[in-house]
Design a protein around this ligand. Sequence first.
Ligand SMILES: *[C@@H]1O[C@H](CO)[C@@H](O)[C@H](O)[C@H]1NC(C)=O
Ligand SMILES: [Cu+2]
Length: 223
Amino acid sequence: MKGFCGLIAALALGSEVSAHYIFQQFAVGSAKSTVYDHIRKNSNYNSPVTSLTSNDLRCNVGGASGAGTTTLDVKAGDAFTFTSDVAVYHQGPISLYMSKAPGAVSDYDGSGDWFKFYDWGPTFSGGSSSWPMRTTYTYNIPKCIPNGEYLLRIQSLAIHNPGSTPQFYVSCAQVNVTGGGNATPGPTVKIPGAFKATDPGYTANIYSNFKSYTVPGPAVFSC
Ligand SMILES: *[C@@H]1O[C@H](CO)[C@@H](O)[C@H](O)[C@H]1NC(C)=O
Ligand SMILES: [Cu+2]
């Protein structure tokens, strides 16, 4: 799979945009919503963010504003699903983050505190590894977080080309949590800032002697 992305791009005569994926649907339970319903619409089609210092790392290019994006009511503890346009096919971890908006989430740029509440990492078995590459990612809103409006962010960190710059595929949904609790979720990080080039797992040679892996970012919060 090494170089697959570039190969596809070359075959498509430089049509690089055809070679990636984007999380473009978000819904409660295992449902599929209309494309970009409750998800901030990015402006870079299905291309990744590669800068560790760009604000685009929060909610993708064009995702700084929630104007025009509707906010979905979710109950703390409820399942939700992000759906990608095509199955994720770049190896790497998938993580879920949330950040509470100081007011209406549609006005929030994601500059506040973020916590991570789930990682899908690799599975090691009999000397080989596999990654959770698929179209849908379902998990639950943490039961104990305070009610209010949040950005809910999914991140696929693509590390399929060891030695070249890893790629972040990110989307943010806007949710209004009810039925929550009094926890203070953490540890929190800022985005950008949460990831450094020297972090274990930011790059890894997943094709050679690959036996363990640390997902970048803060420790996972659970209730
Ligand atoms: C969030 O939910 C609360 C409780 O149902 C409601 O009062 C509030 O209007 C909702 N906010 C939005 C933006 O939907
Ligand atoms: Cu790609």
